[in-house]
Design a protein around this ligand. Structure first.
Ligand SMILES: *Cc1c(COP(=O)(O)O)cnc(C)c1O
Length: 394
């Protein structure tokens, strides 16, 4: 049977691998040699599951969205990752990685963050474990994302500004990699999505796969069958989507729908529709699809939602796109904002703007009345309230 999971070298079809400077090799190699053994160790699993339950608040509900279903004449379920501690799915991964770091004997954590959501999720688990935490963040992003900077500081993390280049996410990433090269023995680098060199995409997907693991038994309870007809998720780097798809990937009867940010329009020059616009290249140590100029310089992405504003996409998703296994739909800022308002008023749930993109597909694609569709509700909209206020003049 064809598999859409990573092979042992970290390839998804032609995408993935580990394209890293030689000086980083010992760090990723230590992780590569140990991560599967550790994740599959019963004592690790027990500790991970207990924290997911008591600290994160899992299992998150699978909620039948009655009014949305009626409006769109199909059956829509919402996987409520917005109810996770810290307000989104990201903490599933940071909990997994902090436990991994402990097993590997690391006592110092570094991370990079753009909008600050991953930085907050990392600072949270470092506080939980009493481990030193340094978060690299572009100087421009520090100014733009003041509330998340304050959260990280409150949680005891040090936020170090990246002062080079465009002073945004990719520069913060460069600083984090430099730090890791200089501190290979005591430091673990927590990457926030299914991106980066092998084994990160596969490791992060495994930590997030709890989402589809729960969907299976929850759907069995509610619908008498484990498998939906479609799973829908928004894709920035691709971690919430990877988690929602994970246990459904290799069953081609289940539709995989990936929603990307088209920003002001896919051909407007202001978008983050990475798969549709991307070309094969290397970013963050991984061969994947990324937005770049003719001569291979990475293009600045744009989206109204900070979490989808990433110039690349994880190698799993690049392969889902290229192979045709996944259906990719690009949604503009305006369509996402409209969908976010509609979900708020039909279900009493204000979604993160990232997730609002996923909801906008119902105005693009018609489903059958008996179809069962699971939308991964990746996060709550509290962090986006000001953007909603400005957009709708509330
Ligand atoms: C970070 C974030 C995303 C995008 O990241 P993925 O790795 O693609 O999941 C989506 N939704 C929310 C709420 C986020 O915070």
């Amino acid at each position: 049977m064809k598999s859409y999971q990573a092979d042992e070298k970290g390839y998804y079809g032609e995408f993935g691998g580990a394209f890293i400077p030689e000086m980083l090799y010992p760090n990723t190699e230590e992780l590569r040699q140990n991560y599967i053994r550790i994740i599959e160790d019963p004592s690790f699993k027990k500790e991970f599951d207990l924290l997911l339950k008591d600290y994160v608040g899992r299992p998150t509900p699978l909620y039948f969205a009655g009014r949305l279903s009626e409006k769109y004449q199909t059956k829509i379920y919402l996987k409520r990752e917005d109810l996770c501690h810290t307000g989104a799915h990201k903490v599933n991964n940071t909990i997994g990685q902090i436990l991994m770091a402990k097993k590997l004997g690391k006592n110092r954590i570094i991370a990079e963050t753009g909008a600050g959501q991953h930085g907050v999720a990392t600072a949270t688990v470092c506080a939980l474990m009493g481990i030193e935490c340094i978060v690299y963040m572009g100087e421009i992003d520090i100014a733009r994302q003041a509330p998340n900077v304050a959260r990280m500081k409150m949680l005891g993390a040090e936020v170090r500004p990246a002062l080079s280049g465009s002073r945004t996410l990719k520069d913060a990433t460069n600083e984090a990699i430099r730090d890791w090269i200089n501190n290979p023995v005591n430091t673990h680098y927590i990457i926030g999505s299914v991106v980066g060199p092998h084994p990160y995409p596969d490791m992060v997907a495994r930590f997030q796969s709890v989402i589809s693991e729960e969907i299976k038994w929850q759907l069995l309870e509610k619908e008498g069958r484990e498998n939906p007809d479609y799973v829908v998720a928004c894709v920035g780097g691709g971690s919430n989507a990877a988690g929602a798809y994970y246990h459904f990937l290799d069953d081609e009867a289940i539709g995989i729908i990936a929603v990307e940010a088209a920003g002001k329009g896919i051909h407007s020059g202001k978008s983050a529709a990475t798969s549709a616009l991307g070309k094969v290249g290397i970013i963050h140590g991984s061969k994947t699809l990324l937005m770049q100029t003719q001569d291979g310089q990475i293009t600045e992405p744009y989206s109204i939602s900070a979490g989808l504003d990433y110039p690349g996409v994880g190698p799993m998703h690049a392969n889902l796109y290229r192979s045709g296994r996944g259906e990719f739909i690009s949604i503009t800022d305006d369509e996402a904002m409209t969908a976010g308002l509609l979900v708020s008023q039909f279900e009493g749930i204000i979604p993160a703007i990232e997730t609002s993109h996923a909801f906008a597909i119902f105005d693009h694609k018609k489903f059958k009345q008996e179809d069962v569709i699971v939308v991964n509700l990746s996060g709550r909209g509290d962090k986006d309230l000001q953007t909603y206020i400005d957009y709708f003049k509330l």
